[in-house]
Design a protein. Structure first.
Length: 239
């Protein structure tokens, strides 16, 4: 079987998809990607992403600090069994860090947008790869090299969401320890340290997203002829 048997109606649908894909790719590089680079650059210069006083990022921990035991209490504790020993005071509802959550609410849609852009560009380039033939394959090699780089970027971008999930998990563990071991101040400090580290991680994510957009725009712009006309045949339209 040298060709698929496909109805004329379905053939038109596939062709319309191809045309829409090429138009979408043209819009990405003509409008969307340059706009995203500018928007992310402005975001990185905003007050929310230029915090210098890290203590301002700390969220209050509604965890009571127990009074230190008096010598008499310590003597009485030795006479009680485990069930009767004084329990730490219970804490109420403990909110997450609203400042960090607000930043994540800004960054998460940017991660999704970049992933969608990467998928669209990879699909577009894949549809431009010509039939495998002998000779004159340098343009195809360029296409494949770009697809390899896009795949590597996609893997790193998927790791951004994993790091966000990890933040909530690890911070939750630290808060749980702080609320259980209320007399250990290091657990409270650990919560604040996690928030500070995550703030810098969020900023790095935005820097990476901006960089990936710039890299994608640059590599396609420099190799547009090889990407869209890998065999160097008759001059087609831009896409």
């Amino acid at each position: 079987m040298s060709k698929f048997k496909i109805s004329q109606e379905n053939g038109v649908k596939v062709e319309n998809f191809h045309k829409a894909l090429y138009q979408q790719a043209e819009n990405l590089f003509s409008n969307h990607i340059p706009l995203k680079i500018s928007q992310l650059d402005n975001l990185l210069q905003s007050d929310e992403f230029c915090v210098t006083d890290l203590s301002s990022l700390h969220a209050p921990l509604d965890i009571p600090i127990p009074d230190p035991p008096s010598p008499d209490d310590e003597e009485m504790e030795t006479d009680k069994n485990e069930e009767e020993k004084k329990k730490p005071p219970k804490c109420g509802f403990i909110k997450g860090n609203e400042k960090i959550i607000k930043l994540l609410d800004v960054v998460k849609p940017e991660i999704t947008s970049l992933k969608e852009t990467i998928i669209t560009v990879a699909c577009w380039i894949s549809h431009l790869i010509p039939k495998i033939e002998d000779g004159n394959d340098f343009g195809v090699a360029v296409q494949e090299k770009i697809l390899e780089r896009i795949a590597a970027v996609k893997t790193k971008v998927e790791g951004f969401q994993t790091n966000i999930n990890k933040y909530f998990s690890e911070r939750g563990d630290a808060v749980a320890k702080a609320s259980k071991e209320t007399h250990v101040m290091d657990y409270r400090a650990l919560v604040h340290e996690k928030d500070e580290a995550t703030y810098f991680e969020i900023r790095v994510i935005v820097l990476d997203i901006r960089g990936f957009y710039a890299e994608l725009y640059d590599i396609i712009s420099k190799n547009l002829e090889k990407v869209t006309n890998p065999k160097g045949e008759e001059k087609p339209s831009m896409y």
